[in-house]
Design a protein around this ligand. Structure first.
Ligand code: SAM
Length: 284
């Protein structure tokens, strides 16, 4: 398995994530709340226990690893890691605010994990693998850093049409610019939304007990304006494209998204359905 291709693309993608880190810091608690059922399922599937070493990859503000941290006491440790140092700083601050003494942070690329072989009992990755330029290679890396018998749980978004909380923004943007966003060949939030492909990738990485299942979530916002602000702040590629557009273009996209969002009006504002794919496996 060679090194991932296209270093320039990877470098740009990694920088792009760093550029939206402030948005992730501002909305970290919302993100954890909207993903709570997913996080719980990831924890149940991997059963972190006292003494375990847990690695969270693509951690962003670190909500998944932080949920595992109390479970590995005494004697265990959680490493929160992300390719963007700005995200790692946020995760470290959140761990500090919680007074967690068994959490370390590291800047790590999930496509080339700078950790020794067989160093972890559990690998967690919530909504990160689909941004890899070479997810097959990334899965080999996850397997490599797991000890034999070690468990992995990773979540990726299901199909775009079933995730209107983000899909309507990408559709509105694509219509405005007259081409798909993200363009073909660029990894995006729905790059691994085919459950069969995901399952095959885990099998091909020589992982055992592979399971892929859907977790249904609801993404709520009190108003369209709040949904827009939060989603744009978090969606790295979108935020960059909008930042480079004239104000009328952004307004047109916003108006299209507003019209599409009306279908999800609820008593409390907006309730968008969301579907994540939870993949679980162990290193034989
Ligand atoms: C959608 S966010 C998810 C953050 C976090 N896991 C969560 O669920 O709150 C995607 C994260 O993946 C990180 N990321 C993207 N490519 C990565 C890579 N190659 N290696 C490690 N992290 C990566 C980004 O910096 C970002 O923090």
């Amino acid at each position: 398995m060679g090194a991932p291709a296209n270093d320039e693309l990877r470098t740009n993608l990694h920088r792009m994530w760093g550029s939206v880190a402030d948005g992730w810091a501002a909305h970290a608690d919302d993100v954890d709340a909207r993903s709570a059922a997913l996080t719980a399922a990831m924890i149940r599937a991997t059963e972190p226990r006292a003494g375990d070493r847990v690695l969270e990859l693509a951690c962003g503000p670190g909500g998944t690893g932080l949920a595992a941290a109390p479970l590995v006491e005494p004697g265990g440790e959680v490493v929160l890691s992300d390719v963007a140092p700005e995200m790692v700083t946020i995760a470290a601050a959140r761990a500090g605010a919680l007074g967690r003494t068994n959490v370390r942070t590291r800047t790590l690329d999930l496509e080339a994990i700078a950790e020794p072989d067989a160093a972890f009992d559990v690998v967690l990755c919530r909504e990160g693998l689909m941004f890899a330029t070479d997810p097959a290679h990334a899965l080999f890396e996850m397997r490599r850093v797991l000890r034999p018998g070690g468990r992995v749980a990773l979540a990726v978004w299901g199909p775009q049409a079933r995730n209107p909380w983000l899909g309507i923004l990408l559709d509105s943007l694509s219509e405005q610019v007259g081409m798909p966003v993200p363009p073909p060949g660029i990894p995006g939030p729905f790059s691994l939304s085919d459950a069969d492909r995901l399952r095959a990738l885990l099998h091909d990485a020589d992982l055992a007990d592979v399971g892929v299942r859907e977790i249904e979530l609801v993404q709520s916002a009190p108003s369209f304006a709040e949904w827009w602000d939060r989603t744009v702040a978090l969606a790295g590629p979108v935020s960059m494209i909008l930042g480079g557009m004239p104000a009328e273009g952004v307004q047109a996209i916003r108006a299209r998204a507003d019209a599409a969002a009306q279908a999800y009006t609820s008593a409390s504002g907006l309730d968008f359905p969301a579907v994540s794919l939870l993949a679980t496996a162990r290193r034989p």
